[in-house]
Ligand binder design. Structure first.
Ligand code: PSV
Ligand code: MN
Ligand code: MN
Length: 413
């Protein structure tokens, strides 16, 4: 396998060299790219219909960290984990810290949950949380977010992600302007309690669970809220949270231009929030999105903070760990393709309105087989050349089933 890999890597290195591109430099950038794994993606889920556990799913925060550590050993690209409270309330902090150190992982973000009522919770979120008409319910939701910050602080996280299921199902149900204002005020109260070196990510979604209106349906609303909230509030783009055919790459470019792109949730989507494997059905779109991210990073005029990358996918049919390995591979492949775009010639073509040339430059990068670069990045970071093959050869799922049982079910969406 190694000999085969070396042969292909030599070929791509030579090919890129002829275009004045240094393959080693691109490999280094792939090695540096890390994408967080959410605790809720380690089990099957993503459906409100039947759920078919894959077996050996993690039953505790410790087992979730163990699974992410496993992924990180296989591909060297998943060095952080996102928590969801109350599913992942940390108990034994020193033991968790030690486990994280051993697995070379960090906690990147904490996600609040005001989309479900918890046992013994005094007020219901049936009619919303941060936008609720009653002050006491809003306060409860604000306090939950502040508690999340507290849990995150214990484990060194510095990001709070707020996704709200708040909205309405019928015309007239909610006063749009007041609902927006109550949300903005609640976010401001949470922001006030946030340490100054933390970031608040505000995620939008056009529909679901509500089907008439969502209080934060689009990037424009997230952007307005982040501006009103403060400089450490940023917009989070989740690939699945757009109506079909939305030009997501343009949204990414706009947010970079405004310096408000804070976070990214990767997944694959054909209809809505399908949460399938990243890049599975629309690889060209994923490449175009990375093209904007890379372009923004290279442009001195762009003043955007570091973007927090995470996979946000959870579905019913694949082994979740194999799915995450596939997702990371798609992400890195698209990133590598964006890194080899001939930007100077593209800029010329754009300035000269040479439409065909501009498009051909992008197509050329997209159609170049960069897989040997990604495999080499895995190898250089101590991972496996083919992480999925290694996972299967080591019979890891079988071992997890033996240890955790066939019917263990992880918390998820
Ligand atoms: C619900 O749509 C959702 O998938 C959002 O994308 C959040 O990021 C995630 O759940 C976790 O709350
Ligand atoms: Mn998301
Ligand atoms: Mn979602």
């Amino acid at each position: 396998m190694l000999a085969n890999h070396q042969f292909q890597l030599n070929y791509v290195t030579d090919l890129l060299g002829r275009r004045q591109l240094d393959a080693q430099d691109i490999i280094r950038q792939i090695v540096d790219f890390q994408v967080a794994i959410p605790s809720w993606a380690l089990g099957t889920g993503g459906t409100r219909f039947g759920r078919y556990p894959s077996g050996g799913e993690p039953r505790s925060l410790e087992e979730k960290i163990e699974d992410v550590g496993l992924l990180h050993r296989l591909n060297g690209s998943s060095n952080s984990i996102s928590l969801h409270i109350p599913w992942d309330i940390p108990q034994d902090i020193p033991a968790l810290e030690q486990q994280l150190r051993e697995q070379k992982l960090v906690i990147d973000s904490v996600n609040s949950n005001t989309f479900q009522d918890q046992k013994e919770q005094p007020y219901s979120y049936k009619f919303g949380s941060l936008l609720h008409t009653e002050e006491a319910t809003r306060q409860q939701a604000i306090q939950h977010n502040i508690d999340c910050i507290g849990y995150g602080k214990q484990l060194g996280a510095k990001v709070l992600t707020v996704w709200l299921a708040d909205g309405s199902n019928f015309p007239g149900q909610q006063h749009f302007r007041q609902a927006y204002q109550r949300t903005a005020d609640s976010l401001a109260s949470i922001y006030e309690a946030m340490p100054s070196d933390w970031t608040m990510l505000i995620e939008y979604k056009p529909y679901e669970p509500h089907f008439y209106s969502m209080v934060i349906p689009d990037w424009g609303t997230s952007y307005a809220l982040s501006q009103a909230t403060g400089k450490n509030a940023q917009v989070l783009v989740d690939l699945g949270h757009h109506l079909p055919n939305t030009n997501i790459e343009q949204i990414v470019a706009r947010l970079l231009h405004f310096g408000r792109l804070g976070g990214f949730h990767f997944n694959g989507s054909s209809y809505g929030d399908d949460d399938l494997t990243t890049g599975s059905s629309k690889p060209f779109q994923l490449f175009l999105i990375f093209n904007e991210l890379v372009d923004g990073k290279l442009d001195q005029a762009v003043n955007n903070p570091a973007v927090a990358y995470m996979i946000d996918a959870s579905h019913n049919t694949k082994d979740p760990l194999e799915d995450l390995l596939q997702s990371v591979n798609s992400i890195l492949t698209s990133y590598a393709k964006a890194l080899i775009v001939d930007r100077a010639t593209l800029r010329d073509a754009q300035l000269n309105n040479d439409v065909v040339k501009a498009e051909e430059i992008l197509r050329d990068a997209f159609l170049t087989d960069v897989r040997p670069l990604v495999m080499e990045a895995y190898r250089q970071s101590g991972g496996a050349l083919d992480p999925i093959a290694a996972y299967r050869a080591e019979r890891i799922r079988e071992q997890l089933i033996q240890r955790r049982g066939k019917l263990s079910v992880s918390t998820g969406l």
